[in-house]
Write a new protein. Structure first.
Length: 314
């Protein structure tokens, strides 16, 4: 059962405690309800994808209480500082270069060298971030493919029994997601949202380029900067050929060099995926052979990422 918590000191303390244990808590922001998990915990972030039934590991927005906390996670140049000063707290998300020292789970950024950050204005989101004391990864709190929730009842309709709790903070005022501004290269509008592009342009002092497709940003595997293993990758390998590095899954892969989950737990496998791909790439002298992963639940997102890793390179 998913608990409904009140936005009181007691409710917020319970929510912060759940989040510290790697559990998921949905909370109100001024845009839509977010499905929060500790952005530093591989298991918590894997659970977000599992709860939403997302078929791929899109990068998630990391929520912070203020600009000072955001500066610990990403690199802010003068322009980023200016946009943050003008629009935070509020419905603007900035995509910035990730600090290597940030210690986020690589699942949050889909292993990209950039990160999306947002400082929400909603008093309950602010209070939760301060009680919790760390960065919260939070996509909209709905099942993948469904509309974003703007009331606690909407969250429950989709995610009851899939998450630990929801904080009921009433109706979200903005009702659509935050505007996403990419600042890793020339400024680009990655997603229209709660702050009109014109307001951003007035602050920037020049017109913004649109992303090629706003609602579907380049999937992580298609981004040039995305990490791809050096070694060749062979999928659905029941056993390795001589000289191959074996990235196993499940009890049948007891002799694997690394095992994504010896018990066959897909949430654990997702939590380990990016770490193990890197380790396999460092250690492999030939091809990386990967055990079959069931095409269900998080297995779909894992297989999507593995197929990208195995795709021919140009
Ligand atoms: O209003 C909102 O922003 C809501 C509330 C809960 O805060 N959150 C939200 O988060 O919409 P989420 O995780 O669903 O947004 C993910 C989107 C991705 O689809 C992508 O467009 C963008 O954020 N994104 C995240 N990281 C990125 C990155 N490193 N580079 C480019 N785009 C990124
Ligand atoms: Mg969404």
């Amino acid at each position: 059962m998913t608990k409904t918590l009140a936005p009181t000191p007691e409710g917020l303390a319970s929510a912060a405690h759940l989040l510290s244990s790697g559990e998921l808590v949905a909370f109100p922001t001024e845009t839509v309800y977010g499905l929060g998990g500790d952005a530093r915990s591989d298991i918590a972030v894997a659970r977000i994808f599992d709860a939403k039934g997302r078929p791929r590991f899109n990068p998630l927005i990391v929520h912070l209480p203020d600009l000072a906390a955001a500066r610990d996670i990403a690199l802010f140049d003068d322009l980023a500082e200016r946009m943050a000063a003008a629009f935070w707290p509020g419905p603007l998300t900035l995509v910035l270069p990730l600090r290597p020292s940030a210690r986020l789970s690589p699942l949050v950024t889909a292993d990209l060298p950039s990160v999306a950050l947002r400082v929400p204005e909603h008093p309950t989101a602010q209070a939760l971030l301060r009680h919790f004391g760390g960065p919260l990864a939070a996509p909209s709190a709905n099942l993948s493919g469904k509309v974003s929730p703007t009331r606690a009842e909407h969250v429950m309709a989709g995610l009851n029994r899939r998450i630990a709790a929801v904080i009921d903070g009433g109706t979200c005022a903005v009702g659509i997601e935050s505007t996403i501004l990419g600042l890793t290269e020339d400024p680009v509008l990655l997603r229209p949202g709660g702050i009109p592009a014109e307001a951003l342009e007035a602050c920037l002092g020049f017109p913004l380029a649109d992303a090629p497709n706003c609602e579907r940003p380049a999937a992580p595997g298609q981004l040039a900067s995305h990490y791809a293993p050096r070694a060749a990758v062979r999928l659905n390998a029941a056993a390795p050929e001589p000289g191959e590095f074996w990235l196993g899954f499940g009890a049948g892969a007891r002799d694997a060099d690394l095992n994504l989950s010896p018990t066959g737990d897909l949430v654990a496998a997702a939590a380990n995926l990016f770490h193990y791909l890197r380790q396999a790439d460092d250690r492999a002298t030939g091809c990386i052979a990967v055990s079959p992963i069931p095409e269900k639940g998080l297995g779909r997102a894992i297989n999507d990422r593995l197929r990208r890793a195995a795709a021919p390179r140009s």
